[in-house]
Design a protein around this ligand. Structure first.
Ligand code: PRX
Length: 693
């Protein structure tokens, strides 16, 4: 399993502690506070008294039942809080997570029929909340906004569902969605779900090539996009990107017959957009003509709901497949408890629906709880760095969920942008995507939340569907930078290199024992890769790819990826993807990409490049290499640093020693370690000499 475990060296430097969940009581009772006392941040008695989970004891009782009797725990929630047309045959089937004993198959509520769109809209309306606002939309420009009640949202969803059915989209068909944060994005997701179609949202910052790659993989009946979007002061012509992607996918044997294009008038008038007769249809010309009622397609709990591509340690993105029933129960339940959700809350998650956070915690989790959600099209620093707090005050946001990278960048811009606004509506803050460093945590807590709002630092992944390790804000004290304790039903296990679970205070690789309802079921079209990547490294466990330590009080501290995945501003990028983009440049012979610590982004991308013989390194070439990556993957994957490498440090068998490259990238030159096993140790000197070129 050593291939999966590259950063062992960096983990030994982490703080470690001991403990387990049962020592949580001791923390509360003040028995083990000693040296770390000053780091504990308690929820106010007022907050705890009104919280859904208000004490460690209450958490422990529920947690205990959730792991001792997962079927009973989850079926009680599924029964009391959701609508099922037919009941399930089994609550859960996950006897086997050991690949050597046969294929991995995870099922929750198999045999039941339901529909997540019905549960998120019709059910909420039937309970009397039809006139409650489901979505507040805030555009890029100040003063540009809109809203939809639950009833209005259902009407819009039904019109699109009817249109999609009319053009032949059927249960099980894939629909690719390439939209910015317009209301049409959640509308489209829900419309697909209503008719049993499988949506695959592609973040609208991906390039045409990346979009084409995803289209070729899932072969959609329809691609849904818009003409353009403004983010900050820039206009981006999304439809042109889709046009190029469709040409590219046709070359690879996948022709898409229909491209439904929403006219985003605020960004650009439709006249400026090229259309292909017979293939391209304007949303506004067709969808509003369809009836506002649409029968629900009842699907099996295990029927696919969506595909979402994410980066792994090889070049090809992985199509993470989530199914319906378990994901529904899990996204809704995690949302409710981790944010201590109340019907009066106004909830804002800054994530884009192009990522898992936007799936589970912009669209499904909140709407399944009947929440009012803000969908923000713009950039958080436009027109200035106070935009977020302007929005918080405008809508009286109570729960604000964002990423550490945004916290750090706003922190750098200064407190005045924050303190200029009241923010007194805020009650709970949230963080996701990467470890939040204690100083950013404290700024978020003290400055943004006026030392009054607990922070839910939620650890989870595209694959997990919902929160796995997260504070329950009223239940226990927090430690800045720790995701605290596992959610109900989640059994984290920290293992050593040999895969042995380690008890107590320790650090190692984070695995999960057994399954939970929101777990992904396969990688689309590649179940073998699913098993190899996630279940083979440590027998009997799901392997997260993250390093983790547990302190003496049982708190979990996530320490970042241990595989070849970099986390840039909370976006997962495979080093292999960037490398393959770089070597597609005709003058680049070889590339090796590593992450390095970046003040705002968490990690930055550092690329070592070897050029084709005889090609001189130049500033122009550097820019072109970066441009190549932008064009092939997307702007968010552009390397921060290109380091010219006449040679790369390789073992005698030709393997690149990334450990050495990471040290050079982070300028830890006195920690290079043993370089004598290199085929040519002199390349290291040469690389160091070229460090500042
Ligand atoms: O390394 C972990 C990091 O983000 C990875 C998952 O990325 P992705 O699938 O894109 O999902 C991001 C949103 C859930 C994880 O393997 N990560 C996510 N949340 C945290 C985190 N690391 C530390 N603390 C977190 N709260």
């Amino acid at each position: 399993s050593s291939d999966h475990l590259r950063h062992v060296d960096s983990m030994s430097q982490l703080p470690s502690g001991a403990g387990n969940i049962s020592s949580l009581n001791a923390v509360i009772l003040g028995e083990s506070l000693a040296s770390e006392e000053h780091d504990l941040v308690f929820p106010s008695p007022h907050f705890s008294s009104q919280a859904l989970i208000s004490s460690p004891q209450q958490y422990q009782e529920m947690y205990k039942r959730s792991v001792e009797d997962p079927a009973g725990f989850w079926s009680d929630i599924a029964t009391s809080e959701f609508f099922w047309k037919d009941k399930w045959a089994h609550e859960v089937y996950t006897e086997n997570l050991d690949v050597s004993k046969g294929p991995i198959k995870i099922e929750w509520f198999k045999g039941a029929t339901t529909n997540i769109c019905y549960n998120a809209l019709d059910r909420i309306i039937e309970s009397g909340s039809g006139d409650k606002v489901a979505i507040y939309w805030e555009g890029n420009e100040l003063g540009q906004d809109g809203k939809l009640t639950y009833s209005e949202l259902l009407n819009k969803v039904c019109q699109l569902s009817n249109y999609l059915k009319h053009v032949g989209v059927k249960k099980g068909d894939a629909v690719v969605i390439y939209l910015p944060m317009l209301m049409e994005l959640p509308i489209t997701m829900l419309a697909c779900a209503r008719i049993g179609a499988v949506h695959s949202v592609v973040f609208a910052g991906f390039s045409a090539e990346s979009l084409a790659q995803r289209i070729v993989d899932c072969k959609p009946r329809v691609v849904i996009t818009c003409n353009a979007v403004r983010r900050g002061s820039k206009a981006i012509h999304l439809k042109e990107i889709v046009d190029n992607a469709l040409v590219e996918s046709a070359k690879n044997g996948v022709s898409v017959g229909l491209c439904l294009t929403c006219e985003n008038q605020s960004a650009m008038k439709r006249e400026a957009t090229k259309c292909q007769d017979g293939r391209d249809i304007w949303w506004q010309d067709v969808v509003p003509q369809y009836p506002t009622e649409c029968e629900v397609e009842w699907v099996d709990s295990e029927d696919p709901l969506f595909l979402l591509y994410t980066s792994g340690s090889t070049g090809k993105p992985k199509g993470v497949l989530h199914t319906t029933g378990g994901y529904m129960v899990y996204s809704a339940t995690t949302f409710k408890y981790a944010f201590d959700y109340k019907p009066s809350d106004i909830y804002w998650c800054t994530a884009d629906c192009g990522w898992i956070t936007g799936h589970s915690y912009v669209t499904y989790g909140p709407l399944l709880n009947g929440a009012s959600v803000i969908v923000f099209e713009g950039a958080p620093n436009y027109p200035d760095s106070g935009r977020c707090w302007d929005i918080v005050d405008k809508y009286k946001v109570t729960i604000f969920y964002t990423a550490p990278t945004l916290v750090r960048s706003l922190m750098r811009d200064g407190n005045e942008y924050v303190t200029r606004y009241s923010r007194k509506s805020l009650r709970v803050l949230g963080s996701v995507g990467e470890p939040i460093n204690p100083s950013a945590w404290k700024w978020f807590y003290n400055v943004v939340g006026d030392s009054r709002c607990p922070i839910s630092d939620t650890w989870w992944q595209t694959e997990t569907g919902g929160f796995m390790i997260t504070p329950l804000p009223g239940a226990w004290p927090q430690k800045p930078g720790s995701a605290t304790f596992p959610f109900f039903g989640v059994q984290p296990v920290i293992v050593d290199e040999k895969g042995n679970g380690i008890e107590g205070e320790c650090s190692g690789y984070l695995c999960i024992k057994n399954s939970w309802p929101g777990a992904f079921r396969t990688l689309y079209g590649d179940h073998e890769r699913y098993e190899t990547t996630y279940f083979k490294p440590f027998t009997g466990y799901y392997f997260s790819g993250d390093g983790c330590s547990r302190d003496k009080d049982g708190y979990y501290w996530l320490t970042g990826r241990v595989d070849d995945v970099i986390n840039v501003s909370g976006h997962r990028i495979g080093t292999a993807e960037v490398e393959s983009a770089l070597v597609s440049h005709p003058q680049c012979a070889e590339a090796a990409v590593v992450g390095f610590e970046h003040e705002v982004k968490g990690q930055g991308i550092y690329a070592f490049v070897t050029l084709v013989d005889g090609i001189p390194y130049s500033e122009e070439l550097r820019k072109n290499l970066i441009l190549t990556v932008r064009n092939q993957i997307g702007a968010f994957a552009a390397p921060d640093k290109i380091h010219w490498a006449p040679g790369l440090p390789k073992t005698r068998s030709g393997k690149i020693m990334r450990r050495i490259l990471r040290k050079i990238a982070s300028r830890q030159l006195d920690e290079l370690g043993d370089i004598s096993t290199l085929a040519d140790p002199s390349v290291v000197e040469q690389l160091i000499a070229l460090s500042d070129s």
